[in-house]
Write a protein that binds this ligand. Structure first.
Ligand code: LMR
Length: 333
């Protein structure tokens, strides 16, 4: 009997830590502002699936899409405070932190295609930009893709002069502010969750975004004309609270790094097609007119917006522009 009791006690000791761990997984709250059915939404769910699998359930990832936890600016503050552990904001949203250099990525017609973007961010410039966040208590883990912006209003935007006098919602980048001003429109920063209503009520006349966001936020319902201009790129930085991340047990962090690397490959692989499919779906609704630019139209837009490059030097600094130029093997002026 005594032997049996001892055996039971020993087994309980062996089991105890495992049971304890199973009961109290490390929770990662991952907040974002878009729908689940978008490249970022799917990427977040893929990370959840892989993180929980690779850590054998020692980590639980709670994904909060569609600004259910926080809106644009608030979510970055919440990350710094540790109320949420992981985000994937568009890089246009770092300016309120005093980190302006990311806005170099918003320059018009900077990236040739999605692959060029993804490759560039794996290089020096991607790492250099992440270092800028460290002083803010934020660690950058990966760059995710969401393709290229279209632009819309309740009138066709074909020539640069068509923008004259229209109010456009922008997400935060002063570079976007600049290229909209150069074509005579009035840009206004607004949280993503407020855009539909602002378009509907006429607080703003138009906006720019990717097809997947137009579709899932139903912007096409309240914009008569969308131009498939692909004039600028929408990219995300997946970020974590540095203190939280560095405080994780190293073996867990290794598994999470692996989950993030795999989720990043997945997201960047689907982004292009997701947006193509979204564009087809928008067309099918019949609720908006899609317009495409001729080569001559595009050239006119490029010429009108070109001074953004020179202006950007004063905003983001020469260093990041040089790094981007080197990475992309282009001239930046
Ligand atoms: C926006 O505010 O337009 C974008 O940042 C939304 C997004 O895709 O995160």
């Amino acid at each position: 009997m005594r032997k049996l009791l001892l055996a039971v006690a020993a087994a309980a000791l062996v089991l105890a830590p495992a049971v304890g761990q199973a009961q109290t997984p490390i929770v990662i709250k991952f907040s974002h502002v878009v729908a689940n059915d978008t490249p970022k939404g799917k990427g977040a769910l893929k990370f959840k699936e892989l993180a929980e699998k690779y850590t054998d359930g020692k980590v639980k990832v709670e994904v909060y899409p569609n600004s259910t936890l926080y809106k644009d600016k608030e979510e970055i503050e919440a990350l710094q405070l540790g109320s949420v552990q992981m985000l994937a904001p568009s890089t246009a949203k770092f300016a309120p932190l005093g980190v302006k250099e990311f806005e170099a990525l918003d320059l018009p017609w900077l990236f040739k295609d999605d692959q060029t973007y993804a490759n560039a961010m794996k290089g020096t410039v991607g790492k250099w930009l992440f270092q800028k966040l460290e002083a803010k208590g934020i660690t950058g883990l990966a760059y995710w893709d969401n393709g290229f912006h279209m632009v819309s209003s309740n009138r066709p935007l074909i020539k640069p002069t068509d923008f004259q006098g229209l109010k456009f919602r922008i997400s935060g980048s002063k570079v976007a502010d600049q290229y909209f001003r150069l074509v005579g429109s009035i840009p206004q920063i607004m949280a993503f969750s407020e855009v539909y209503q602002a378009l509907q009520t006429g607080v703003v006349d138009g906006c720019e975004n990717t097809a997947s966001n137009y579709l899932t936020q139903k912007f096409y319902e309240v914009q008569k004309d969308i131009t498939v201009s692909y004039h600028a790129h929408l990219q995300y930085a997946v970020i974590v609270n540095s203190k939280f991340w560095s405080g994780l047990p190293p073996d867990i962090r290794t598994q999470l790094d692996k989950a993030m690397a795999d989720a990043t490959d997945y997201t960047n692989q689907i982004a292009h097609q997701e947006n193509e499919d979204a564009l087809v779906a928008i067309k099918k609704t019949g609720k908006t007119n899609l317009h495409y630019l001729t080569d001559a139209d595009r050239k006119a837009w490029q010429e009108a917006m070109q001074p953004t490059y020179k202006w950007a030097k004063g905003r983001v600094g020469q260093e990041v522009l040089d790094l981007v130029a080197k990475e992309l093997d282009v001239k930046m002026n």
